[in-house]
Design a binder for this molecule. Structure first.
Ligand code: ADP
Ligand code: MG
Length: 782
């Protein structure tokens, strides 16, 4: 076997750890536990984590064995070593990634809070925090689950205690939302996170790829309700495809043509629809176009009781309570002639991509990563390192079967299940959507085959059912992601039947997820079989194939012989469709990433400013600077001296009781700056006399500044979301949408910073201070 340079290095380190383990194994419990203190001391005196890695990992190995009764295999140690070198470690399902993680998590936990193990759902976070937590606690580290367990109230979480722990087991959304909430806090005591040192992502591909494009959004204050949705919808419904608008090759995007723009201008009797003046109308038209052309009822959403309910593309489940952002949801409501719900403004938002790029160090582990190695490298600077299985893999991956119609395919699949079941061999049937799971379940019922259907809304229940999928005679029907992270052990006697049979009733969005399904069988050297049944009517084929496929399907849907031989043009038909989908999904992730970067830079800058303000003991100097800037900005924006102008500025922002006669002659711009600056300072000085105690004054300034920042930033977040929706669509004029987005977002950011300063001055001067009898102060901002 030829080994790469890094692989040789990891193996060398692994050998040293195994050696060191022998020594630690001779220590008493107390002496072993004392190693934590020693390692921490080494860190404090300047050792790096790589320096102490061999000892730390060896200590954990012995502790794993003493506390859990599980001694890590050499391959698990090798995987743990690779995790410390910026890798996503590919270890097959059932190889024991949960235990492997104790090594890097302990190593990083030695440095204190800020270390996270990210799992796929809150059930797993709680399960693993509890089970693996025993090892860390035994060794003297603190560990907490970061998310509420199922059935527990999220508000009951003690965020203080969670984020003070050395190690936190949590989910990507749990961490993301807490980060956003932290940065809406009014003072440091309401902030809980302690930086982002290290994150190890379990099921890293699901976290970094499958959910990457969905931003986390905190919605708040309702937006002023727009009445343009209905009008835009009617307009768009009059347009013709190819003449007024065009769809992209992959049908994932749609835009107006120049003809279409002209036609709409004529209809509304206006000119310059693309200009600034009609930006709002144009945004609604774009939303209406996307709602009408790209979103398909019963595929992307269903209508129930007058409401739009979104469907999860990956498995067809209803996403209760989820809404599309930036007016898209309302546009679909208009399309379906429903009552238009209140549009919420986004107050804070972040993509998972941005969240994880904030970490000082990242690592991942999953059963399936190799197929997407270049994207991990490009997007997250993570390499993929494959660890060989502990025992040779002997699962039999059979070639796909292909049919013309879905029905023929399902009947053939059913036949296979029937035969396996007759022999008591356990079968796991994986479908692409919940509705197909239900359908297959009905087919099984008709045949009188008892089975479990995974439609539980609870990950805990799903885990329990999946865990039993290896029992003699068990038939389990599930959607692709259901029960991920749960181990399927084979019951006694099942090995003799050939192990678990995994049967996919269609190929999924990409080969990675297909492999994930196959990986359910053949764990730890078990026998097992995997096979996919496909048809020309499968979603991935229908949506991503050239025309001849649909024609062939129509022509041959009712012929007798439905199975197609995998030769000639049928050989690659499913793979080609899948590949096309992959390319477009990847492009869309890349686009989100680019948008996200612009967003990230602004967000981080705002959050830094906020934190400075929150933690500052004395804000006087900052306020003085702001005052100077406000005066200078005003004069710069109004180069011509006009008395009425300047008076207006003073009334609105500085002093509504200002006497016009008090305004001196201010011919030179510099004179005006000095005068305004002095005037504002003077009025602030007067205000200060109402709050003579310095700590009260500092508190007042802090609140006034934070409020100004937050209001402006919330507007900007909302603005960026809307901007993203429309720049996406400007590609018609051969513009580069990302570039336009960058330019526009930078411009609006500059405007925003100006607004923040002016609003600080206004908040300071125009707020009302109400002294309450108990000596406290109530602040009311204008
Ligand atoms: P993965 O996440 O890689 O799919 P899990 O972490 O769920 O795998 O582990 C699968 C099973 O292997 C679990 O039942 C676990 O207890 C067991 N296991 C893991 N490591 C060891 C070990 N070193 N020795 C014995 N059993 C192990
Ligand atoms: Mg796992």
């Amino acid at each position: 076997m030829k080994l790469s340079l890094s692989s040789r290095r990891y193996r060398r380190i692994t050998k040293r750890i195994i050696k060191r383990r022998e020594y630690f194994a001779t220590l008493s419990d107390t002496n072993l536990q004392a190693q934590t203190g020693k390692l921490r001391a080494q860190i404090n005196s300047g050792s790096t984590l790589k320096d102490i890695m061999v000892d730390a990992y060896a200590v954990v190995c012995v502790a794993d064995e003493r506390v859990l009764g599980l001694a890590p295999f050499d391959n698990q140690i090798l995987g743990a070593v690779a995790m410390e070198f910026n890798n996503i470690v590919e270890m097959k399902t059932g190889e024991g990634k949960t235990l492997t993680a104790t090594m890097p998590m302990y190593l990083h936990g030695l440095t204190g809070p800020g270390n996270f193990l990210i799992t796929a759902n809150s059930y797993l976070a709680n399960r693993d925090a509890e089970q693996m937590g025993r090892v860390y606690r035994w060794l003297g580290l603190t560990v907490m689950p970061g998310v509420a367990a199922e059935g527990q109230d999220d508000n009951q979480r003690d965020r203080q205690a969670i984020y003070a722990a050395d190690i936190v087991y949590t989910t990507n959304s749990g961490l993301g939302f807490d980060y956003l909430f932290d940065n809406l806090a009014a003072n440091p005591t309401e902030q809980f996170l302690h930086g982002f040192s290290f994150a190890l992502l379990d099921e890293a591909d699901a976290v970094l790829l499958d959910t990457a494009s969905t931003p986390l959004i905190i919605s708040g204050a309702p937006r002023v309700q727009s009445n343009l949705y209905g009008m835009a919808d009617q307009m768009v419904k009059l347009l013709d495809e190819d003449r007024d608008y065009e769809r992209s090759e992959d049908t994932k995007n749609v835009w107006f043509t120049a003809d279409g723009i002209q036609r709409m201008e004529r209809f509304f009797g206006i000119t310059g629809l693309l200009g600034e003046h009609y930006a709002d109308l144009y945004r609604h038209l774009v939303l209406a176009l996307r709602a009408n052309v790209l979103l398909v009822r019963n595929r992307n959403y269903v209508v129930e009781n007058g409401e739009i309910i979104l469907l999860d593309r990956a498995n067809g489940r209803q996403l209760q309570g989820m809404k599309m952002q930036a007016g898209m949801h309302q546009a679909v409501e208009a399309k379906e002639h429903l009552h238009i719900t209140q549009e919420q403004r986004s107050m804070a938002s972040i993509t998972y991509q941005s969240l994880f790029r904030m970490f000082h160090q990242l690592a991942g582990m999953t059963g399936t990563a190799k197929t997407d190695a270049d994207e991990f490298l490009e997007t997250y600077r993570l390499a993929v390192y494959t660890v060989p299985t502990h025992k040779p893999m002997i699962r039999d991956d059979l070639p796909d079967k292909l049919y013309v119609t879905n029905t023929a395919k399902l009947m053939a699949a059913l036949d296979v299940v029937k035969r396996a079941h007759a022999n008591q061999r356990p079968v796991l049937v994986e479908t692409g959507s919940l509705s197909l799971s239900n359908l297959f379940s009905r087919l099984l019922l008709r045949e009188g085959i008892p089975h479990n259907l995974l439609n539980a809304r609870s990950a805990a229940k799903e885990a329990k059912i999946v865990a039993e999928a290896g029992n003699m005679g068990a038939v389990t029907v599930a959607t692709s992601m259901a029960g991920r992270g749960t181990d399927i052990r084979l019951a006694d006697g099942v090995v003799e039947k050939g192990g678990l049979l995994v049967l996919g009733t269609e190929r999924m969005d990409n080969p990675r997820i297909d492999n994930q399904l196959r990986g359910r069988a053949g764990r730890q050297g078990d026998p097992g079989t995997s096979i996919f049944f496909t048809s020309l009517e499968d979603t991935v084929v229908q949506e991503n194939s050239p025309r001849w496929v649909a024609k062939y399907r129509e022509r041959h849907a009712s012929r007798r012989q439905q199975q197609l031989r995998l030769r000639g043009r049928f050989k690659g038909v499913v793979n080609a469709a899948q590949k096309r989908l992959m390319v477009s999904q990847r492009a869309s992730r890349f686009q989100t990433l680019q948008y996200g970067e612009v967003f990230r830079i602004q967000r981080e800058s705002i959050y830094r400013t906020r934190n400075r303000v929150m933690n500052s003991q004395n804000l006087d100097a900052s306020v003085q600077r702001v005052i100077h800037n406000v005066a200078a900005d005003y004069v710069q924006q109004h180069p011509q001296y006009q008395e009425a102008d300047i008076l207006d500025f003073i009334y609105q922002n500085v002093d509504s009781d200002f006497l016009p006669s008090a305004l001196p002659q201010l011919g030179r711009p510099q004179e005006r700056v000095v005068y305004l600056e002095q005037l504002i300072k003077d009025r602030i000085q007067r205000k200060r006399q109402q709050l003579p105690a310095n700590d009260q004054w500092q508190y007042f300034q802090r609140v006034a500044i934070l409020k100004a920042i937050d209001n402006a930033w919330i507007d900007q977040v909302d603005n960026l979301e809307s901007l993203q929706a429309i720049t996406n669509n400007r590609s018609l004029a051969q513009h580069n949408p990302i570039y336009e987005y960058q330019m526009e977002s930078q411009r609006s950011y500059g405007v925003m910073r100006g607004k923040v300063k002016l609003n600080i001055v206004r908040n300071l001067l125009q707020s009302v201070l109400v002294m309450k009898p108990d000596g406290s102060i109530d602040l009311q901002f204008a």
